[in-house]
Design a protein around this ligand. Structure first.
Ligand SMILES: N[C@H](CCC[C@H](N)C(=O)O)C(=O)O
Length: 296
């Protein structure tokens, strides 16, 4: 079966975007892994699928699959690419657009310069919001934020803010982003048994009250050049800790995002870039990849 796709990125967080409105796209975890594979496939951090909505107020449904095949609740950088894709492919001229994600609606507006602002939907800060088992864990208060002290299997101990932006995030403050133990601690946090649905692990350096540097070890994708929901989580965690004030410029390895937070709702603004379009025979692609690679 031939699938037309468009390769896009949001500050270096890269995606394969599929039109599931005018094409019949039956996505599976195995197919998502095949498409996302950097050597055997097209290569992407996530796969974004645009579908007809099921929510009466939504213009489209927006589904997200990580490179490991897991379907997840939200993708901030992807949402900006989603709205640019919908407009470029003339699926709709509506602006702003309402997109249905796993936990509700998000509102997206594309600007003249093709940057996009996204009202990110619900944000929660309690451990149950991210399926985090904090039984017997030490905690401490900083500003209005509760920080959880999590021992790691490598005997490090990390102090984490909890932020649920539909998808689950924990954020820690580091002195120097360049030497932050992202690749050492990231996997241990992402798959820690206390996170029942795994978690995205953010590492932020405070530059000043309106700027941070951020790296994120993403659930289901590893370290990416940028993470939109991770940028929102870090900015809001810093504001709640009393370390930051809105708006916050988040410097990621792939570029900058602007996060506005009024203690009610988060609005993220940043670019969305179309790289190329192509087509792929999905059945041939899956068949071409050794089983031990596709299903490790
Ligand atoms: N890895 C994330 C999904 C992608 C989020 C990220 N790419 C963004 O821009 O928000 C998760 O499993 O929750």
């Amino acid at each position: 079966m031939i699938w037309n796709f468009t390769k896009m990125h949001g500050v270096g967080n890269d995606f394969v975007v599929l039109d599931g409105v005018r094409q019949s796209i039956q996505m599976t975890p195995e197919r998502a892994r095949a498409i996302a594979h950097r050597q055997f496939g097209i290569g992407a951090d996530q796969i974004l699928l645009v579908e007809e909505p099921t929510h009466p107020e939504a213009d489209f449904r927006y589904r997200i699959f990580n490179a490991d095949g897991s379907e997840v609740e939200h993708c901030g950088n992807g949402s900006r690419c989603f709205v640019r894709f919908v407009h470029e492919q003339k699926l709709s001229g509506r602006n702003p657009l309402k997109a249905e994600i796993a936990t509700g609606l998000i509102i997206l507006k594309e600007h003249e310069d093709h940057t996009v602002s996204v009202k990110m939907g619900q944000t929660r800060f309690t451990p149950d919001a991210i399926a985090f088992d904090t039984t017997d864990l030490a905690s401490t208060q900083q500003g209005e934020d509760t920080l959880w002290v999590l021992p790691l299997p490598n005997h490090d101990q990390v102090t984490l803010s909890v932020v649920g932006i539909s998808n689950p995030h924990v954020v820690q403050v580091v002195e120097d982003i360049a030497t932050a133990p992202v690749l050492e601690q990231g996997p241990l946090i992402e798959s820690h048994p206390r996170f029942k649905n795994r978690v995205n692990a953010g590492f932020m350096q405070i530059v000043n009250t309106h700027e941070i540097k951020l790296r994120v070890y993403e659930r289901g994708a590893g370290e990416t050049l940028a993470c939109g929901t991770g940028a929102c989580a870090a900015a809001v965690a810093g504001i709640r800790r009393g370390l930051l004030q809105s708006p916050v410029t988040v410097h990621t390895q792939g570029g900058d995002l602007i996060i506005d937070y009024d203690h009610q709702e988060i609005e993220m603004t940043g670019p969305a870039t179309t790289v190329y379009s192509g087509s792929i025979d999905i059945d041939k692609l899956v068949a071409s990849i050794p089983t031990q690679v596709l299903n490790p």
